[in-house]
Design a protein around this ligand. Structure first.
Ligand code: ATP
Ligand code: MG
Length: 407
């Protein structure tokens, strides 16, 4: 266990070594291996096996052993780290061949530190889905970065190196969670974190008569299972306006807390927010009696702003020091950037989101005061947050004009 993560839930079995995967789950997993993705009946092609993906193993009841693992340095998406070297001819390989050709994960595993997990619920799994999200041991979520079930084509129809994508997601999400553990405020708005692990997945390819097995290492993180609603499942129009605002306000506060802890989430969207609480939907509960919390999830493209390999020529890590006393204001951070929450959560009209931001945050003393530049953009007021503060985050410096609010 690293100093940064939390103790595993007590009913997680941390003892012993187990064959992996268990014979039982292996048999049930492969008893009908030919009836789904690996449909070989119509193929005479001798290398057919390397074109069809084995059946997804991450089903309820699947038991597997995980070993502690130190991920590789984060790379891609804002980091200038040299990515791990991949086969130069990966584009001529099928997705299966590509995954089988790189069966180990970069980083360092701690032999001897293992635990057994059983999938007790499915959260989000599937082919071409990217990471697989499953509930394990009833208390935790395993986010499993198995490249075999990543989409090999991007939105433009171009081939992607799935091994690189999966390992990159793992490396970035791990460093983001590690960093967040150093701030109690950030821990309170994210799921509890139980570290980084690898498992060995036995992968069977080939016709049943001549099939061959190969072990692949697959990385995963363990986080707290959150019992709530994903914000993207909630229809804001079915909620009272004040409840919608209450939820969105908590989301933007959480984002500011995470930023203050040195992590830029980069993908704030309803699908990456869990809303916890139950009494916010009914029409009768007074707003002040509503018990509601939010948790921000999904850090696979987040940026750890103080990381030595984080690189952005417009960003100075020293500027983070200005957030010791105040949180960065959502009025500045989300000026014109609330699209993911429109329509529905704050407004539908043009510019109404900016009015909403002003209304809900300009008097909140937790956040740095805001003024408007000559160009009409909100910026943090320099006098209250130090010499770096004339700049709005990520947008460079603008001359200030002690103005007068716009909304
Ligand atoms: N700790 C958790 N507890 C409960 N549900 C979770 C948890 N983590 C994730 N989920 C659910 O799983 C979904 C996918 O998780 P996550 O966003 O981490 O995966 P992703 O593949 O990185 O996402 P995306 O599809 O946004 O790229 C979330 O939208 C949420 O509904
Ligand atoms: Mg997500």
């Amino acid at each position: 266990m690293t100093p940064n993560e939390q103790k595993l839930p007590t009913n997680a079995n941390t003892s012993g070594f187990y064959a992996n995967p268990s014979t039982e789950s292996y048999n049930s997993m492969h008893s009908s291996v030919h009836d789904l993705d690996l449909d070989v009946s119509e193929s005479e092609d001798s290398d057919f096996a390397l074109n069809y993906r084995p059946r997804l193993p991450y089903t309820k009841g699947f038991k597997f052993t995980v070993t502690r693992h130190e991920p590789p340095e984060p790379y891609g998406h804002g980091y200038d780290t040299k990515p791990p070297q991949r086969h130069s001819n990966w584009k001529s390989m099928s997705l299966v061949e590509c995954c089988l050709s790189e069966p180990t994960i970069n980083g360092q595993s701690s032999v001897g530190h293992t635990q057994t997990l059983t999938i007790t619920g499915i959260i989000r799994t599937g082919y071409d889905r990217g990471a697989q999200l499953v509930e394990v041991n009833n208390t935790m979520v395993a986010k499993i970065y198995d490249p075999l079930y990543y989409n090999e084509f991007n939105d433009f129809g171009h081939r992607e190196n799935v091994v690189d994508n999966a390992e990159g997601d793992y490396s970035r999400e791990a460093i983001a969670y590690e960093t967040l553990q150093q701030s109690s405020a950030a821990r309170s708005v994210t799921p509890a974190y139980f570290g980084t692990w690898i498992t060995e997945i036995e992968t069977v390819v080939g016709k049943p008569s001549v099939s061959r097995k190969q072990i692949r290492e697959v990385p995963l993180i363990l986080i707290e299972r959150l019992y709530g609603e994903c914000m993207s499942w909630i229809s804001p129009r079915l909620l009272r306006k004040r409840v919608r605002s209450l939820i969105l306000k908590k989301v933007l506060c959480a984002e500011a807390v995470i930023y203050q802890a040195g992590v830029n989430h980069c993908d704030l969207s309803p699908r990456n927010i869990m809303v916890l609480g139950s009494n916010y939907e009914g029409p009768s509960v007074a707003i002040t009696d509503i018990q509601l919390e939010v948790r921000v999830i999904d850090f696979n493209i987040a940026e750890v702003l103080r990381h030595p390999h984080y690189y952005n020529k417009y960003f100075d890590p020293a500027s983070l020091d200005q957030w010791k006393l105040h949180l960065p204001s959502p009025i500045v951070r989300f000026h014109g950037c609330l699209n993911e929450f429109i329509p529905g959560w704050c407004s539908d009209d043009e510019d109404a989101d900016k009015k909403w931001l002003w209304k809900h945050f300009h008097k909140d003393p937790r956040f740095a005061p805001v003024e408007y530049s000559k160009q009409g953009r909100p910026i943090h007021r320099a006098s209250t947050i130090g010499s770096e503060s004339g700049a709005s985050i990520g947008s460079g410096r603008e001359k200030t004009d002690t103005i007068s609010k716009k909304y």
